[in-house]
Design a protein around this ligand. Structure first.
Ligand SMILES: Cc1cc2nc3c(=O)[nH]c(=O)nc-3n(C[C@H](O)[C@H](O)[C@H](O)COP(=O)(O)OP(=O)(O)OC[C@H]3O[C@@H](n4cnc5c(N)ncnc54)[C@H](O)[C@@H]3O)c2cc1C
Length: 551
């Protein structure tokens, strides 16, 4: 009680809930994709991610942002970044739960388990998942230099997070990053000017000296990076560690940290290399496909991460509207608010379904006993589609979820306002690792890699005949998919394939009301221009909300 008034009708913080156990859409999707997976570890992860202690770490890591120290007090360059202990607690938690390099050595189902864990830990704090994602994604590219991979693989997969700036041999675990983007070109990396000069060869293969810069270089405290540079034979991919095998530091000048819209707890930097030592990964001149084998996995993580952010925003909105009263009712009982929340719930579940489907394709193709042509094709086609569509929906989703909290949604109050954090984070996954247009163009390339129309029809088969609008959209796809080169229509095609695949997945692992309402609202009605809350008045709103409630 204050002296002037009683504080009434404010919602409570959403903490101390199990973010895995309480997410029915995620659990159903996971059971469909990995029926025999033991989810006990995910339950433990979900409890930790949703605890009040973890939320406090997220707040502190975003308020006390990373600080660059370029020199020590004697004037020597040190190029280190200081993080708040809460950042280390969150990153350490992600490694302890095996969200980085561990799935590559664990066999069937490991990538799916990790994908679900990634969705959940994103709700704890997305910023730390940047280095986690890059450390996960590096393995497919690094494997093509066997001696390097052998030297680093144990520590890439180790769950004993070690924040120290120290040589490989002294560390229990390492994290890895990537450097592609330069000032004059990001999407078009062929414009890279950073150059590599031969410096002989040693146990880790052909060695070079790299000179130049990177304009975006996230998580510069990582232990090593894959970077692109121009060699005599063309753009090539190199492994650049912070410490050299002789125990001396490599040259990596961190010029400044980016002042970003969101993603505050994570450090993103601008760097320069001057005769920095690096080792070749893959063939000289084949740098783009080489580093894209890393980029394809981080694109999966953009889809997973945005699904996690959507679920987080939805849970915050549902919780608030459950507790807040206006005009004589709880907000969640107001018919129009029900419509908005149920519509958001549909979008969130559909995003999770598509992201986990892609994770299944990765899991199947990485475990050779499960590898088959269909999964490989789905992996290639669904990567740009899921990254494009889920991330595009993310920002409008966050705006609508924020509005459910009214003015409180827009307020951060020293990091307490998780919804504002989610909103500022949301556009990032859409931009990095290939912005929307780049994903749509990549879809056109993917369509040339195999019999995609047949594969899509096979994918949609379990849902054929279940909904007229789905059947109509699906029937038109083969002619649009086969041999198309129409760049200006590529976004439309990506959206339509995303929608039919999402619908087919919901048919298989969500209740009928979710599938039916998704089809009616997304496939059968005039689009709402991104606005939520346009569901048909007859939609089963109560059932949709009951399924989505976080507790
Ligand atoms: C916070 C943050 C962290 C980052 N971290 C890293 C990192 O660690 N390592 C790294 O290498 N990069 C990183 N990036 C860079 C990011 O990947 C690039 O910003 C992104 O790939 C886009 O490149 P660009 O900024 O040069 O924009 P551009 O390539 O100039 O693109 C601008 C716009 O043009 C569009 N466009 C480009 N080509 C075409 C075309 N042919 N047809 C139609 N449209 C087109 C793009 O879709 C985009 O919308 C980071 C970015 C951010 C914001």
């Amino acid at each position: 009680m204050s002296t002037t008034h009683e504080v009434l009708n404010q919602s409570t913080p959403l903490v101390d809930i199990n973010l895995f156990d309480s997410d029915r859409g995620l659990r159903d999707a996971l059971r469909f994709n990995a029926p025999s997976l033991d989810t006990a570890a995910l339950s433990r992860l979900g409890a930790e991610a949703g605890s009040a202690e973890t939320e406090q770490h997220a707040r502190l890591a975003n308020v006390h942002t990373p600080e660059l120290r370029t020199h020590d007090r004697f004037g020597h360059r040190i190029d280190q970044v200081d993080f708040h202990p809460s950042y280390h607690a969150l990153l350490g938690g992600a490694l302890r739960h095996g969200l980085h390099g561990t799935p590559w050595s664990r066999g069937s189902g490991a990538h799916l388990e990790r994908a679900a864990g990634f969705i959940v830990w994103t709700q704890a704090e997305p910023s730390v998942l940047c280095p986690v994602s890059m450390s996960y994604a590096v393995t497919p590219a690094l494997r093509s230099n066997e001696p390097l991979y052998d030297a680093w693989r144990t520590r890439i997969a180790s769950t004993q997070y070690d924040a120290r700036f120290a040589p490989l041999a002294q560390k229990t675990a390492v994290t890895l990053g990537m450097g592609m983007t330069e000032k004059q070109g990001g999407s078009d990396v062929r414009a890279n000017t950073t150059r590599a000069e031969s410096d002989g060869s040693d146990a880790w293969g052909p060695r070079v000296r790299i000179t130049g810069h990177k304009w975006f270089f996230s998580a510069p405290m990582c232990d090593a990076f894959l970077v692109l540079a121009q060699a005599p034979g063309g753009l090539s991919c190199y492994f650049l560690p912070r410490w050299l095998p002789d125990g001396t530091p490599n040259v990596l000048r961190i010029q400044r940290l980016k002042d970003k819209l969101g993603n505050k707890a994570n450090a993103s930097s601008e760097v320069e290399f001057e005769r920095s030592v690096a080792w070749q990964v893959g063939e000289e001149g084949r740098g783009v496909p080489q580093i894209l084998s890393m980029g394809a996995i981080t694109r999966l993580d953009c889809a997973l991460g945005t699904s996690g952010l959507m679920r987080h925003a939805l849970a915050l909105a549902l919780h608030h509207c459950d507790e807040r009263h206006a005009f004589g009712k709880r907000l969640i009982e107001q018919p129009l608010m029900k419509n908005v929340l149920a519509d958001l719930a549909l979008e969130s579940e559909a995003a999770t379904a598509l992201a986990l489907r892609l994770a299944r394709a990765v899991d199947r193709t990485e475990n050779s006993q499960d590898a088959d042509g269909h999964e490989a094709l789905m992996r290639r086609v669904l990567t740009p589609i899921a990254k494009f569509w889920i991330c595009k929906r993310g920002s409008v989703f966050a705006q609508e979820a924020m509005e459910c909290l009214g003015g409180n949604g827009y307020v951060e109050e020293r990091g307490e306002g998780a919804m504002a954090r989610v909103y500022r984070e949301m556009p990032l996954n859409s931009i990095w690792e290939g912005a929307g247009n780049i994903m749509a163009l990549d879809l056109l390339r993917a369509l040339r890699t195999g019999a995609v129309a047949d594969a899509l029809m096979h994918e949609l088969q379990p849902a054929r005949g279940a909904n007229g609008a789905l059947d109509r959209l699906a029937a038109g796809l083969p002619v649009r998919v086969d041999g198309t080169t129409d760049e200006s229509g590529a976004r439309l095609l990506a959206r339509d394939v995303a929608l039919v695949v999402q619908a087919a997945l919901l048919k298989q692992h969500a209740p009928a009301e979710v599938f039916d309402t998704f089809c009616t609202s997304r496939l059968d009605q005039a689009g709402g221009g991104g606005t939520f809350g346009l569901l048909d008045a007859r939609a089963p709103l109560d059932a949709l909300l009951a399924r989505a409630m976080p507790h």
